[in-house]
Design a binder for this molecule. Structure first.
Ligand SMILES: NC(=O)c1ccc[n+]([C@@H]2O[C@H](COP(=O)([O-])OP(=O)(O)OC[C@H]3O[C@@H](n4cnc5c(N)ncnc54)[C@H](OP(=O)(O)O)[C@@H]3O)[C@@H](O)[C@H]2O)c1
Length: 316
């Protein structure tokens, strides 16, 4: 049997990378092996991956030397950065630069860079429809990723640029569950007006990435956008009502109201939702569920995801 191609996966103990590691391990005849990169190979999550059959290797995206060590001998790598761990677009760009340089240094055959749009291509800093943040960004956690695409292209790293979507898992982990209002009714707050939001089960991102590695050269040099389904806030609220067995109303706050919410990153996210609303055609158009399903036949729509995860949504 031909030797299996090793895919080094950053964020392996997290959402995107974890989905990819499990997709590789679930397909033992697929010709690929999973190398899970973690800062702590002794952590329970890392041990669990090792137990499932992954090679577990230490690496830290802020330590450039560790990146190269983690990539040696790999055919491919999944590169993702962790904006919400530090809220710094500068740090995110430095991490992406380090990843691209390490990929070049070891002669990687296929990189996937988990990216998002540089929204300044649509909303230049001079455009005051939304505030400029941190001096040079409109949506810092998008812009830094989009700007970082150039690190991969300029170095000639064979890369697929993966445009991800809003995780429906944000309803579980990111404080976006429906909440009881003063009238006692559950309200799902989303600043999307009547526009559609491309969403996806976080686990499906990694499964789609696996499809990209399996497709090989077909996807190198290309941008691939994925979503499970495009839904309006009202449609999401209707699906939530159905799944939870109680009415959930859609609370369509404005992006400006969202920016003023009192949690870290609210301005960034308010600008992000405004961008998604105002450029709905481009944003949805770049994320085709048909493409995602061709890469990952198990792709879930929102109803399917809710059926499996509704018990994990914290309802207060
Ligand atoms: N939430 C959404 O809707 C959404 C949608 C699209 C894109 N995104 C983007 O997704 C990215 C995060 O990906 P994710 O959700 O898969 O992350 P995640 O679930 O938070 O996973 C983070 C994992 O990354 C590892 N990690 C953190 N810092 C690290 C470092 N310095 N070096 C190496 N590994 C590190 C940690 O593993 P160890 O502790 O084991 O090292 C952790 O388990 C963000 O940049 C965000 O902008 C999010």
């Amino acid at each position: 049997m031909a030797e299996r191609k090793v895919i080094a996966v950053f964020g392996a103990t997290g959402a995107q990378g974890g989905g990819l590691v499990r997709a590789i391990l679930n397909d033992p005849e697929g010709g690929f092996a999973a190398r899970a990169i973690t800062r702590d190979p002794a952590s329970p999550k890392a041990r669990e991956l090792a137990g499932l059959g992954a090679e577990v290797v230490a690496g830290d995206v802020d330590d450039v030397a560790s990146l190269e060590r983690a990539l040696v001998g790999a055919h491919g790598a999944y590169f993702v950065t962790f904006f919400w761990a530090h809220f710094s677009p500068e740090r995110e760009k430095a991490e992406a630069r380090g990843m691209a340089q390490a990929a070049k240094a070891v002669g990687l055959r296929h990189a996937i860079w988990s990216t998002l749009e540089d929204t300044r291509r649509w909303v230049p800093l001079t455009d005051d429809r939304m505030p400029t943040l941190m001096g040079q960004y409109k949506v810092p956690h998008f812009d830094a990723k989009g700007e970082s695409n150039a690190f991969f292209t300029e170095l000639g790293v064979p890369t697929t640029f993966l445009l991800t979507s809003f995780y429906w898992d944000n309803l579980i982990h990111f404080g976006m569950a429906p909440k009881k209002g003063p009238d006692g009714r559950l309200a799902f707050t989303l600043p999307m007006g009547g526009k559609k939001l491309p969403g996806i089960a976080a686990e499906d991102i990694g499964r789609c990435a696996y499809g990209i590695f399996k497709g090989g050269s077909e996807h190198i040099g290309k941008t691939v956008g994925i979503a499970g389904e495009h839904l309006t806030g009202a449609q999401m609220a209707a699906e939530l009502s159905r799944a939870l067995g109680q009415e959930v109303v859609y609370n369509a706050v404005t992006p400006a109201a969202y920016r003023a919410f009192d949690f870290p990153g609210a301005e960034d996210l308010g600008n992000m939702f405004q961008f998604k609303q105002e450029f709905e055609g481009d944003f949805c158009g770049a994320r085709d569920p048909v493409v995602a399903r061709s890469l990952n036949p198990e792709l879930q729509d929102f109803r399917t995801w809710l059926g499996r995860n509704k018990h994990r949504i914290p309802i207060e």
